[in-house]
Design a protein around this ligand. Sequence first.
Ligand code: GDP
Length: 294
Amino acid sequence: FDGLSRSLEKAWDSVRKDGKLTVENIKGPLRDIRRALLEADVSLPVVRRFVARVEDEALGERVVKGVSPDQKLVKVVYEELKALMGGQQAELVQPKYGPSVILMAGLQGTGKTTAAGKLALYLKKRGMKVLLVATDVYRPAAIDQLVTLGSKIDVPVFELGNKVAPPEIARQGLEKAKKEEFDAVIVDTAGRLQIDEKLMEELRETKRVVNPTDTLLVVDAMTGQEAAGLVKSFNDAVDITGAVLTKMDGDSRGGAALSIKEVSGRPIKFVGTGEKMEALEPFFPDRMASRILG
Ligand code: GDP
């Protein structure tokens, strides 16, 4: 987000000189904000709506005593950024009874299996008894990978090899979890290289079988503005409850973080910030907004 903070910084200068925000002096800053967001890989419709909201708010009646116009503009942008990302931290859904069941969906290579392991460790650290279920029967070695991750973080992994259909593995995994009173079951589903009907059908079936409390779509931050469309497709097909944005430690420009909620209506619940099992954090819209503004 470096670029974004820097261009925004420039934008404030021009309004600092005048006493208040006007249609005229706000044009330059708005243009800079627009450019900064586009450079950060935020999708165009999202940028348009965002800039329009900032303009409305900035020129609005709400006068804050003792606050200079540039400070008011910063505050408006901060509030709108925060709102764009959902406003508040989105928690995992709490089940009324039985274990939390979290379905991890996503395309191959996005970091889905890694995220399943990370989330298992995250919940384990919060005192939960966690079971991982390996249903990614398509990607070679995905099951072994999950088994290895599981032993590293000391979380059991339920698997039936790659000859059994994913929904059936998920069903048996959940059965075991209920019988043995696990608090959370994390199902690593079968990814594909791209979205296709067979993938969605299988996901729907797995979802129907385990009736998850959360369906989290794992999204690679490096995919930039395409991430928003991906979330929308998955959400239309299987009704997700949120996203996990991975590889935020890489040199992505961050646009995905800003587009996902606006485009799909679903919040980012976690971000992945590295390859290690500890590198998973809840997503806080306010902290992210502060970071973007620098
Ligand atoms: P899957 O096909 O979606 O299950 O993908 P994997 O979980 O195997 O991850 C693909 C690659 O991305 C692996 O090399 C992971 O170590 C790496 N990876 C996953 N999450 C992150 C992350 O948050 N940051 C970084 N830098 N790498 C990650």
